[in-house]
Ligand binder design. Sequence first.
Ligand SMILES: C[S@@+](CC[C@H](N)C(=O)[O-])C[C@H]1O[C@@H](n2cnc3c(N)ncnc32)[C@H](O)[C@@H]1O
Length: 167
Amino acid sequence: MNHREEIIGACRLILGDCRKVLSTLFGIKAILTDPPYGIGIASNPVRQKHERKDWDASAPSESTFDLMRRVSDQQIIWGGNYFPLPPSQCFLVWDKVQPEDFSLAMCEQAWASFQSPAKLYRRRVVGYAKTHPTQKPVELMEWCLRFFAAGTVCDPFMGSGTTASHA
Ligand SMILES: C[S@@+](CC[C@H](N)C(=O)[O-])C[C@H]1O[C@@H](n2cnc3c(N)ncnc32)[C@H](O)[C@@H]1O
């Protein structure tokens, strides 16, 4: 297996391709993640300041979503409207409270695996330092965590590591 890992506080950080690493992990209760949406960030004029743009060229395959659902009991997957996932009663929506003429998405959606009415997080999160072009706010990921039963949470597409910031 070609990956490196390190324990930092309550987190186990694994640097590797999650499509290979995920099937080697045991005891994952839930997955909270934000995979590449495959919407071509390279062609978005607002995102040009970021050096690397290739990572968003395609979304993960259906088998990667199947794998995530196999190795965990519960999942919240941001960008769920782009991915081959089964119908679900529960969507989580982040309303960014932006004006109608906002040049990027005014809200984002996450697919959730569990039975629950849809949930809304309405918060304009501004001024957080970004090291990743699609970095999620820590508060948003903390809000998501409350929907899970206690146990180990895994983020296979962690980017800058927002999900781990909570631990
Ligand atoms: C939408 S971003 C996640 C951003 C993250 N939520 C944050 O707050 O920083 C998706 C991330 O998944 C990474 N990625 C893409 N394919 C991957 C793979 N096979 N294994 C692990 N990470 C991958 C990309 O490089 C990118 O950093």
